[in-house]
Every structure is written in structure tokens, then in C-alpha cells.
Design a protein around this ligand. Structure first.
Ligand code: SAH
Length: 263
């Protein structure tokens, strides 16, 4: 009996899959991929004779049945998913039927789209003494948010917010951040199709005009919203330097010039 590998394909650029994920595709007997985003990785690395199918029109139950049937025939079965399989990827809904059928499965992490969006824009999601916390979240769509996880409550931390699945719900993002005390001129970044060769679209704006800018740019699905007090720091007049590179700060690989050794 085969093993089902849930492989993170990364955010879109086929070069952003991990070496381990690519190796599994190269030896796969069957690949079930999730939508056009990861099509390219499957097409580029799948061996001749490998069964490759898009799961776009399948229900979760059909997906599980397909994986179970494939594991009966092939040693290596790959379920290829966008970004990282552990984020908004229905991973557990698929692994439970595999467990029930006694089929082994493993997960290979992938580059999630929040990281690809920050990279595309040349931004750091953390900055010393500005924000040291990143929240990965979404606003409620058909999936409701659990108690205490509304965007307004999360935004009250004034840390970095990477907001998935919400590009078409920008007015709600604006409302929640304003209600949490973010200034009208707080910088907001939206990246559509981050890392897709030739298709990436970066929109920068302020809390009060980002919806309009996104509409003007034609932003639709596959877009990441990043709200963060660290955005644009590359252009600030002054910056608190990271202690990691401070000569007075010792760490595992370098001895401090002074006695300070706080981590
Ligand atoms: N597991 C995926 C997320 C799937 S949910 C991951 O780790 O990235 C789908 C959402 O992810 C989209 O609504 C969008 O917000 C985001 N997304 C996926 N690919 C993206 C990309 N290339 N650029 C920007 N956002 C992307």
C-alpha cells in the first residue's frame, strides 16, 4: 500500500516548491493537484506515466476516495496544495478518511503566500521595537470566525496582520482596522499572485484608500492583504537597528564587544 504525501507547492512560482516536495513529485504514481496555481509544478516535475488530475470539481469526499484508490495502486501518491498545506487547506478533512482507511500519510510544508507577498514587496514582517508578532488570519466569509478571532480584536494588537481569503472583502478589513484604532494613513500592502512569473501585482495604499486602489488595479482573488506598522520601513528616516547585528550584542556565533548578552 502506498503513502499519501500532502505537499505544499508554494505560492505559484514552480521554483518555490521544496527540494523534498519536488523529489516526491518526480517519483509519484498519482498526483491530485488543487487548481491552476500548482498545475505548473505538477506538469514540470511529474514522471511519464504518472496519473495527474485537478481536484477543482471534486468534493472533499471524492478527493479522499481518489487518494485512497490511488494509494491502493501506487507507492507514492501526492496531494499538491497551494502554499503550505496546513493553512486553509482542509488538511484534516482529508487525512481523517485516510486514517479510517488505514492509509499512511505525511505532510511536506510549503512557502505560504504571506511570505511570498512580503518577499515580492521587499518588506519585513517584523521590525525591532515596532512589531515582533505576525498574525495569519482571514475575515469571515462562508466560514465564520470563532469567538475572539474577529479581525477587530486581532488588529487591537497593532502587530503585523497577513489576511488570507479576504481581498474581495476589503471594506470589512478597513472597518475592523479603523475600529481597532489604526490610523487612516496606516500603510496597507496587497499582493496578487505573489511569485507567479509575469503575473504578480503589487498595490500599496493607506487604510482609507486601499479599497479604491485595489479596485482600480483590478485586484480579485489570489491576493494577500498585509497590514503592518513595519511596512515601508526601508524608506524611514530613522530605524532602531536589530540587536542581532549590533556589535554590543553577543549570540551563539559571535562574542559581544561589551558585556551585554541579553537575548
Ligand atoms: N495554503 C495556502 C492558502 C490557501 S487559501 C497558503 O499557504 O498560501 C487561498 C488564499 O491564499 C487566497 O485567497 C490568497 O489570500 C492567498 N494566496 C494564495 N496564493 C497566493 C499568491 N500567490 N499571492 C497572494 N495571495 C495568495
Amino acid at each position: 500500500m502506498g503513502c499519501v504525501w500532502f505537499v505544499g507547492a508554494g505560492p505559484g512560482d514552480p521554483d518555490l516548491i521544496t527540494v523534498k516536495g519536488r523529489g516526491l513529485i518526480e517519483q509519484a504514481g498519482a498526483i491530485l493537484f488543487a487548481g491552476s496555481l500548482v498545475d505548473a509544478a505538477a506538469a514540470r516535475y511529474a514522471p511519464a506515466g504518472c496519473r495527474v488530475q485537478d481536484s477543482k470539481s471534486m468534493t472533499l469526499e471524492q478527493i479522499a476516495d481518489w487518494l485512497i484508490a490511488a494509494a491502493g495502486e501506487c507507492e507514492t501518491v501526492v496531494r499538491l496544495q497551494t502554499g503550505d498545506p496546513g493553512l486553509y487547506g482542509a488538511l484534516i478533512e482529508m487525512t481523517r478518511p485516510l486514517d479510517a482507511a488505514g492509509i499512511p500519510w505525511r505532510v511536506v510544508p510549503g512557502v505560504t503566500s504571506a511570505m511570498a507577498a512580503a518577499a515580492a514587496a521587499g518588506e519585513s514582517l517584523t521590525l525591532p521595537e515596532v512589531t515582533q508578532t505576525v498574525i495569519l488570519t482571514r475575515v469571515a466569509g462562508r466560514t465564520p470566525m470563532p469567538d475572539g478571532e474577529g479581525l477587530e480584536a486581532l488588529a487591537a494588537h497593532h502587530s503585523t496582520l497577513c489576511i488570507y481569503l479576504s481581498a474581495t472583502l476589503m471594506p470589512e478589513v478597513q472597518r475592523a482596522l479603523s475600529a481597532a484604532g489604526w490610523a487612516p494613513d496606516a500603510p496597507i500592502l496587497v499582493v496578487q499572485k505573489a511569485s507567479w512569473p509575469g503575473r504578480e501585482l503589487i498595490v500599496r495604499g493607506r487604510l482609507d484608500d486601499i479599497d479604491q486602489r485595489c479596485r482600480e488595479a483590478g485586484i480579485g482573488a489570489q491576493a494577500m492583504i498585509i497590514a503592518s506598522p513595519a511596512l515601508g520601513a526601508g524608506g524611514w528616516a530613522e530605524l532602531t537597528p536589530s540587536k542581532l547585528y549590533d556589535p554590543a550584542f553577543g549570540h551563539r556565533f559571535r562574542r559581544a564587544v561589551t558585556a551585554e548578552s541579553d537575548t
